[in-house]
Design a protein around this ligand. Structure first.
Ligand SMILES: *[C@@H]1O[C@H](CO)[C@@H](O)[C@H](O)[C@H]1NC(C)=O
Length: 566
């Protein structure tokens, strides 16, 4: 007995411990209550029942918002036992001028929710509430403040004295004129004083138009410039589309990702001014693997001499060895406007083989190997590439640029230098641990996850779109969620993100509709992740909550240090 114990002790000492996720609970959220009756919930796949969430650390309550224009729900969920969360109340936003909820933040004494306007070119709003009162079972609104057009994301300083809202201002049809309109992107800073949050600073980007040539030279994408022949002029500041915002841990700076533009704005929160707009540059895939074809029905990682834009869909802030870094989920985003939806047809992307067939590529200067891969649908033929970037002096495309970095990056938050890139780690780990669902989609309820394998490879591959940073013991960690339901755990020892584990929730052996009905569809189209440290966790064990937008689901996982003995 004793020798057996010693044997195990030696085994443990010699094997690596890994940070892994241990499932605590899984719940689907209702997207509708029949006739408004809370005892009559309706559930459904692809109903956007859940999108964003925020955890109130003192009250142990999770606020989960839907992304629906008809039922704008904020579910107030008891997390005293993360192994069995339950809905305490659902707050319904019923102001007809509002579009949908886009983000939620929980401060000690305030819950903030951003709402777009139903009118796509009108100002959105932020609503402020006192946190849910368990004793009285009330959730009381204390304020409603106009922000910019289409608020998309929000961040709060650590003391919650400032809220920063990124207003996307995307292209839409102006309902009055019936023509294309690209509202100005902007950032709203709301400053608290004794009366609440009345002081508001709206920061437009028009001042950046004077330096547009510099920005383009540095690599900022000015994607849709209008069509001057038909009188559509779209300025640089209109084309800047803020997507995600995060704040440095010293509360001095806000960072705003302009996703399509492949750029990050750094804002001084004390002096309320734009410090700079930084181009993020392009990733050189020459020494990394990727799968750029949706026609292999499996992982097919190859080398291609192509480039891609980082285009973060989500930013976070992390501290490693006392120094702050901006962390980005390099999702990718192409821009396509249609006459029906936007009043004008425009696309910044095309499949590589189509670009070749249309004579857009410089076949005299391009590498012959690359050209043959572009003509092969098993390789680069199907991939979506930019048709507005990569032009050479002969006015032909000489370099192939794809959308999205298919990974995560660390940026020095002082200089914005790119200090770490996860390379092809996300796709390689996915192909190794979950080959059956590699780069898969969740879009067809009558197909199974394995039938939808590889369908996103020609788009943006793993598409990381949710991030959370935290600490387990003394180890700084980064949790990354991908569109197709993988949750990666990295440690951030040194200025890098080192792979610990990857988890996929749910089954694969039935069609999505059946998996959903049986609570076995997992976390599909992960749209938000939060990390709750040991000190704030009711059980004393750090956990993450994961929101799946396609599955309208909330999952909770403990983050545990498990010996990797098998
Ligand atoms: C991309 O990397 C390859 C291999 O290191 C190199 O030859 C090439 O010059 C790089 N491209 C650019 C634009 O730096």
């Amino acid at each position: 007995m004793r020798s057996l114990f010693v044997f195990f002790a030696i085994l443990l000492a010699h094997s690596e411990a890994r940070l892994q996720l241990s499932r605590q609970s899984y719940m689907k959220l209702p997207y509708q209550f029949t006739n408004g009756d809370p005892t009559n919930p309706r559930y459904g796949l692809f109903q956007n029942a859940a999108h964003k969430a925020a955890f109130h650390t003192v009250d142990k309550i999770l606020y989960v918002a839907s992304a629906r224009s008809t039922e704008k729900y904020l579910h107030i969920i008891d997390m005293n036992n993360p192994a069995s969360p339950s809905i305490l109340m659902t707050h319904v936003f019923d102001n007809a001028v509002d579009g949908m909820i886009t983000s939620v933040k929980a401060c000690t004494d305030t819950i903030a929710v951003t709402l777009t306007a139903a009118d796509p070119v009108a100002e959105g709003h932020i609503e402020l509430f006192t946190p849910y009162n368990r004793a009285d079972r009330v959730f009381t609104r204390v304020g409603r403040i106009a922000v910019g057009v289409h608020p998309k994301d929000m961040a709060a300083t650590s003391d919650c004295t400032r809220l920063v809202v990124a207003n996307e201002g995307p292209v839409a049809i102006n309902p009055v004129s019936g023509t294309l309109s690209d509202p100005e992107g902007s950032v709203t800073i709301i400053v608290r004083n004794d009366q609440g949050f009345p002081v508001e600073i709206n920061m437009g980007f028009q001042q950046l138009n004077d330096r547009v040539v510099d920005y383009i030279t540095n690599g900022v994408r000015y994607v849709f410039r209008g069509d001057h022949g038909v009188g559509i002029v779209n300025t640089f500041s209109q084309d800047l589309e803020p997507e995600s915002v995060t704040i440095s841990n010293d509360d001095r700076f806000a960072f705003v990702s302009c996703q399509e533009n492949n750029a990050v704005l750094k804002i001084d929160l004390f002096n309320q001014r734009i410090i700079e707009l930084y181009a993020l540059g392009a990733k050189n895939w020459t020494s990394y693997n990727l799968d750029a074809s949706d026609q292999n029905d499996a992982a097919n990682l190859r080398f291609h001499t192509v480039y891609s834009f980082y285009q973060p869909g989500k930013l976070a802030y992390g501290v490693v060895d006392g120094k702050g870094y901006l962390v980005s989920a390099d999702t990718g985003k192409a821009k396509t406007l249609t006459t029906a939806q936007h009043g004008y047809a425009f696309s910044d992307n095309t499949r590589a083989r189509v670009a070749y067939n249309d004579g857009e590529l410089d076949i005299t200067t391009m590498d012959p190997t690359l050209l043959s891969q572009i003509q092969d649908n098993q390789q680069l033929g199907r991939v979506h590439m930019s048709r507005v970037d990569g032009y050479n002096i002969f006015n032909r495309i000489g370099d192939v640029f794809l959308f999205g970095g298919r990974g995560i990056s660390l940026w020095d938050s002082t200089t914005m230098a790119h200090v770490f890139d996860s390379g092809d780690d996300l796709e390689r780990r996915a192909s190794q641990f979950y080959p059956n669902t590699f780069n898969g989609d969740c879009s067809n309820g009558n197909q199974s996850p394995t039938q939808q394998v590889d369908e996103r490879s020609d788009d943006m591959g793993p598409e990381p779109q949710a991030l959370a940073t935290g600490t387990v013991g003394t180890t700084p960690v980064l949790i990354v969620g991908s569109r197709n339901g993988l949750i990666y755990v990295f440690n951030m020892r040194g200025v890098s993100a080192n792979f610990e584990s990857v988890h996929r929730e749910g089954s694969t052996n039935d069609i999505w509709n059946n998996l959903y009905a049986n609570d076995a569809a997992g976390d599909q189209m992960i749209s938000d992740i939060g990390f709750v440290g040991a000190g704030d966790s009711p059980s004393g064990t750090p956990f993450v909550y994961v929101i799946g937008q396609a599955t309208g689901s909330l999952s909770v996982y403990n983050v545990v240090d498990m010996p990797d003995i098998f």
